[in-house]
Write a protein that binds this ligand. Structure first.
Ligand code: AMP
Ligand code: ZN
Length: 138
């Protein structure tokens, strides 16, 4: 429990939440903004800031319930698909307690989540240097 963390407070019941699932390690509750219908957050009960600071055991607990919650959202709302999003560090992350967004998707829901398509523009040398650079840091 970290003092000023709103997600720790939600988990402790100090701030109300629309919780849909809870076990000894995780809590899943509706995101207050409901970016799309059913937009859900899954948090570990253990306070960890983000993916960089999360130990494998804690992240395993979170992801082990993702399929169950995803299927429940699918069966409840019949979306056309579902995105799983996790933001790390400012300016992407606004709450500094690790969480995974489950975002059911609907026709014309206004959400944009799209990367550039640079297929064919990157040389083999560049790909190899990317692999090397990342592997140096593993
Ligand atoms: P992120 O940018 O990934 O850190 O997103 C944090 C998310 O937490 C946002 O989507 C907020 O809408 C959501 N959020 C913030 N406060 C609450 C709250 N009290 N209950 C539910 N969701 C919240
Ligand atoms: Zn916390």
């Amino acid at each position: 429990m970290e003092n000023e963390c709103i997600f720790c407070k939600i988990d402790q019941g100090e701030i109300p939440s629309y919780t849909i699932y809870e076990d000894d390690y995780v809590r899943a509750f509706l995101d207050i903004t409901q970016g799309t219908k059913g937009h859900t957050l899954i948090i570990p009960k253990k306070h960890v800031k983000n993916v960089y600071e999360t130990d494998p055991e804690t992240i395993n607990h979170v992801f082990s319930v993702v399929p169950k919650i995803a299927r429940a959202l699918r069966d409840a709302f019949n979306p056309i698909g579902l995105n799983i999003v996790n933001n790390n560090d400012e300016p992407l992350q606004s709450v500094f307690h690790f969480h995974v967004h489950l975002i059911p998707r609907y026709e014309d829901d206004g959400m944009v989540l799209k990367t550039e398509n640079n297929y064919g523009k990157i040389s083999t040398e560049t790909f190899n240097s990317l692999v090397e650079k990342i592997q140096e840091n593993l």
